[in-house]
Structure formats: structure tokens, C-alpha cells
Design a protein around this ligand. Structure first.
Ligand code: MN
Ligand code: MN
Length: 316
């Protein structure tokens, strides 16, 4: 019998969805390029999210035929359509971070993001703690005006914490200081360590802040209607602690009364009507704190869902 390449989920090298591994992007033709940032040097209490890129890739192998030539993608019974049919997805590996050297790491993260944007693809970034979103977003300068969509229990808008400006408490504040970042649309906020001052300063800067109860009581549709009609180019940052810890326990700072996967899907679908998805990250998954790999599997699914739902590619 002739040898056949079966490439089962549990065999071979675990790239994201078993997509081709393309470390050198100089001649890359892809719609989506996955990169990992195994860095949690900005985590104070329960580090471990540096292991998340591997955990997400491992879980994602369940959807291992994505990115293969002539892939038909996935059938979604709820939408009655194929998702991600013939999408070209590749995995370029990890930013070459080392622990302790933040400035060096942030520079290398940015360089890798720029190389992905340079080949016209959507970066899909596997964190890492939430501090990594800032160097990722900083690399989007060439894209022009950008809206950030944050799914998070926390606002991450602290100016500094004990003099530290680049921890996982501040990535959205740092990002909003970038001249091309227009607005941050925050969903699921509820952590009581985000102060009234953080909320006030974010609102005064023109951002929209929707708490978990806003989502529960008003519904996602009403909140999306309060967002700009034309969101333009947007970047989705999913802090996995935005979800309820009953479905996403593997994270540093779990906060009860969180969003469901359905809420996040509704947010993604609402935004897809109003703008173009130019990038996504998923952060704060800590595999050491996970049960049954549940958080890793939900993370992989949310990333696939984000790409499947959005209209990709920057508009001018
Ligand atoms: Mn958070
Ligand atoms: Mn966060």
C-alpha cells in the first residue's frame, strides 16, 4: 500500500491547526499568519502564560485540516455555511523572546508583526500575558487609524503600577497613547481592581466601556448599536479572563460573572458589519491553572471564530 500522509491531529508537529510552518515570511502568500509570544514577564501573581502558545497550538490540532490546500474549512450549522473555506493560514512560530529583557522582547515582537503585515496577512498572536498587546499594536502604524476591541474582565488602562508602565495592567493605556489608535471598545469589564479613575479616564479619552452587566442586561446588540457605525480597521484583543471562569479557569486573574462564548461570538459578528479585522491576539491563558485543557480548547476555538467571522484586511 502506498504511503499516505494522514496528518492526524495527534501526530507530527503541533503548529496552529497544523497549518504549514513558515519561519521566513519573505515570500509568503497567506491570509492569516499565526505567531506566538511566549512571554509572561509582566505577570505579578500567577505566571505561566508563557506556556500558552504551545497549549493553544496543541489544542488547535483538533481542527487540523485548516490551511491545507483545497480545504473546505468548517460547516457551521447555526449559520448554515462553510467557514474559512480555502483560507490560507500559516504558522510562523514564536517571537524570539527571552525572559527579563523586556525592551528587547518588545522590539522583536514588533519586528515579527511588521513582517506579517508586510506580506498583507492578518496577524493572529498567541500570548503571553496582556503586556504583549502593546508591542503588537505599536507595529500597526502602517495600517493607519485603528480601533481596538477589548474582551476583558479588566480595563488594563492603568497609567502605571508602582512606577511600572508596561505590565499587564497597562497595555490599553499604552496603546491609546499611539497616535493612530482612535478608540477602544471594551466589553465585559468587571474586575474591582480597575478603579473609578481608570474608567473615567478611559471614557474621557473617548473610549466605550461596557461592563459584564451591560452585556447581560442590555444584550450585545444594543451595545454594538452604541459603537460607531463605521468602526474602520479594528484589532481584537481577547483576554481570556473576559470569559466566565467556569468555562475558562486557566488564567491569572479569574473574575466571576464573566462573558459566555456566545456573547463573544455576538460581539465579533456585530463588529464584522461595521469594519475590517486587521489583527487579533489572545492572551492571559495560563495552562498551569487550566482544567482538562478546557481554556486552551476554548482559546483555539475563539481564535478560529474571530477569523471566521471578521471581514479581513485593512481598508484605506
Ligand atoms: Mn483581564
Ligand atoms: Mn487584560
Amino acid at each position: 500500500m502506498a504511503h499516505q500522509e494522514t496528518s492526524l491531529p495527534h501526530t507530527g508537529i503541533a503548529t496552529f491547526c497544523k497549518a504549514p510552518f513558515v519561519p521566513d515570511l519573505s515570500d509568503c502568500k497567506a491570509d492569516v499568519v499565526v505567531m506566538g509570544v511566549p512571554y509572561d514577564g509582566a505577570t505579578a501573581m500567577r505566571p505561566g502564560s508563557r506556556q500558552a502558545p504551545r497549549a493553544i497550538r496543541d489544542a488547535s490540532t483538533r481542527f487540523g485540516f485548516l490551511g491545507k490546500e483545497n480545504s473546505r474549512g468548517f460547516y457551521d450549522i447555526n449559520r448554515d455555511r462553510q467557514l474559512l473555506e480555502s483560507v490560507r493560514i500559516v504558522d510562523t512560530g514564536d517571537a524570539d523572546v527571552i525572559y527579563y529583557e523586556r525592551e528587547r522582547n518588545f522590539r522583536l515582537i514588533g519586528e515579527k508583526v511588521r513582517s506579517i503585515l508586510g506580506c498583507g496577512a492578518v496577524p493572529m498572536v498567541l500570548g503571553g500575558d496582556h503586556s504583549i498587546s502593546y508591542p503588537v499594536l505599536r507595529a500597526f502604524e502602517s495600517v493607519g487609524d485603528l480601533t481596538i476591541v477589548l474582551i476583558d474582565a479588566h480595563l488594563d488602562y492603568k497609567d502605571e503600577l508602582m512606577g511600572l508602565k508596561y505590565t499587564n495592567n497597562s497595555p490599553m493605556r499604552r496603546a491609546h497613547e499611539l497616535p493612530f489608535v482612535k478608540q477602544i471598545l471594551n466589553f465585559g469589564i468587571r474586575g474591582i481592581k480597575s478603579t473609578d479613575r481608570d474608567v473615567r479616564e478611559s471614557l474621557e479619552a473617548g473610549n466605550l466601556v461596557f461592563s459584564n452587566y451591560d452585556v447581560f442586561e442590555q444584550g450585545v446588540g444594543v451595545l454594538i448599536d452604541q459603537c460607531p457605525e463605521n468602526v474602520g480597521n479594528y484589532y481584537v484583543s481577547i483576554d481570556i479572563d473576559g470569559l466566565d471562569p467556569s468555562i475558562a479557569p486557566g488564567t491569572e486573574s479569574p473574575e466571576a460573572e464573566g462573558l459566555s462564548v456566545t456573547h463573544v461570538k455576538q460581539i465579533l459578528a456585530g463588529l464584522a458589519e461595521r469594519g475590517r479585522l486587521v489583527g487579533v491576539d489572545l492572551v492571559e491563558l495560563n495552562p498551569y491553572l487550566d482544567h482538562s485543557e478546557l481554556t486552551a480548547h476554548i482559546s483555539a476555538q475563539l481564535l478560529i471564530e474571530t477569523i471566521a467571522t471578521g471581514q479581513w484586511g485593512a481598508s484605506g
